[in-house]
Each structure stands twice: as structure tokens, then as C-alpha cells.
Design a protein around this ligand. Structure first.
Ligand code: URA
Length: 240
């Protein structure tokens, strides 16, 4: 593999948040052992094709069985909304309702998110409905019992999120909750430390805010108020 291609792969993996790569043992796949001690990937999924499209990504995912999340899922939940949207919301992973319908954020948390987007936009004088923006998740299959996705599941599914965001290339991304925030920014802090701040993903500004399920669970009016403030800033940064 030439050095430039290797550099591109390493950069791509770094963007996915993958920190550890393993050296290919001598003789595997008929290649000679790497002469350096630098870690080299064993198996490389393809880099995002040029002229990538959401349809192509869905086709490449197929009936995905790349990780254990596929075992109990009903539907792959790829994304929903306007693929030309300048604003993309990224959640954590589908819940039971999303798994049943194949659409992200349609359960209680989703209804709250939809309300928050539409009501805040209206109050701020911005004409915007949920269908105008794009919503997806870090992992596309439901984690059992709604547990957090494991690092390897996020790494495997990360290639699709990376291609999805690279294809849409929105003006702004809003990360919903700590899992999405950490996956997109590479920062390790909890959501309370990160919320209300701007980070970047591939030079695209990323605002971190609370996950709507946290707002549903919390009797904490302060968190809700903060999430509304974050959303206002996001909407004005995109639509002013
Ligand atoms: N929570 C998420 O993170 N994503 C969904 O699609 C639904 C609930």
C-alpha cells in the first residue's frame, strides 16, 4: 500500500474516533510483513467512494450483520428528513419505536425533539418543520434494553455515519447527548460539561446539547431551559 493511501486511511480512521489499529501478521493475504513497527490495519473497509450518495450508503449497509446489534434488531434505522438540510441532528441509537418503524426519533423522545425544533423555530420567527432538517444516529440498530452502544459497535457503524455526514455536509450538526457528542468530537467529557459549546467535526461546527430522553426523565426544568437555549443558538447559526 503506498504511503499516501495509508495516510488517507489513517486520517479516515482517526475521524471515526478509532485509536488502535493492528499490524497485519506476516504471510496473511499473501502480503509480506510490514517492515516498520507502525501498526497497520488488518482489514480496511473501503474509504468513502467519490460521489457518495445516501442511497449508495444504504446499499452498502445492506442487511448489515457487521456487529452484534444486528442480532436483535427489527429494522435498520438509517436516517430521516431532508438530505439537503443545512442542519443535522445526531442521536445515540434507535429505541423500540424506531426499531419497529425504521425511522429515527419517533418515540416519546422523538416527539419531544420534534416539538422542541418546531416550537423553538416558530418562536424565533424561523419557518422550519421537522421534515426540513435531517436526523440520524451514531448506531443504526437498536442496542438491546436501550443500553449505550459499545465502542466496537460505534466504530463499525461509524463508517456509515461518517459517509452520511460527509454526503450531506450540513452547515451545522447538533449532537444529542453524550454518546453522540463524544463520537463526533472525540472529547471525553460528560454532556453537562460539553453542552452549549461549539466543537467541530471535519470543520463543521457541532453544538452539543442534552438528549431529549434525558429531558423527559428529568424533572429538572433547568436542563430543559438549557436545551432550549442551545437549540436557539443552533437555529440562529443556521437560518439567520
Ligand atoms: N434515541 C436516540 O438516540 N435515537 C433515536 O432515534 C431515538 C431515541
Amino acid at each position: 500500500m503506498d504511503a499516501e493511501l495509508l495516510r488517507q486511511y489513517l486520517e479516515f480512521y482517526q475521524d471515526l474516533g478509532i485509536k488502535t489499529l493492528y499490524r497485519q501478521p506476516a504471510g496473511l493475504a499473501g502480503e509480506s510483513a510490514c517492515p516498520t513497527s507502525a501498526p497497520i490495519p488488518m482489514e480496511l473497509p473501503p474509504l468513502a467512494p467519490t460521489n457518495d450518495t445516501l442511497l449508495k450508503i444504504i446499499e452498502d449497509m445492506g442487511d448489515c450483520r457487521r456487529c452484534r446489534l444486528s442480532e436483535a434488531r427489527n429494522k435498520i434505522v438509517f436516517g430521516d428528513g431532508n438530505p439537503q438540510s443545512p442542519l443535522v441532528f445526531v442521536g445515540e441509537g434507535p429505541g423500540a419505536d424506531e426499531d419497529a418503524q425504521g425511522i429515527p426519533f419517533v418515540g416519546r423522545a422523538g416527539q419531544l425533539l420534534t416539538q422542541m425544533i418546531e416550537n423553538t423555530a416558530k418562536k424565533e420567527g424561523i419557518e422550519l418543520l421537522r421534515k426540513d432538517i435531517y436526523i440520524c444516529n451514531v448506531v443504526k440498530c437498536r442496542p438491546p434494553e436501550n443500553r449505550n452502544p459499545e465502542p466496537d459497535e460505534m466504530e463499525i457503524c461509524g463508517q456509515f455515519l461518517h459517509r452520511q455526514l460527509s454526503t450531506i455536509r450540513p452547515k451545522v450538526i447538533c449532537a444529542l447527548g453524550g454518546v453522540a457528542a463524544r463520537a463526533l468530537t472525540g472529547h471525553k467529557e460528560g454532556v453537562t460539561k460539553m453542552r452549549g459549546k461549539w466543537f467541530t467535526w471535519q470543520d463543521i461546527p457541532v453544538m452539543v446539547t442534552y438528549h431529549p430522553s434525558y429531558l423527559l426523565r428529568q424533572y429538572n426544568q433547568e436542563a430543559k431551559r438549557e436545551a432550549w437555549e442551545d437549540l436557539k443558538r443552533v437555529l440562529h447559526s443556521v437560518y439567520d
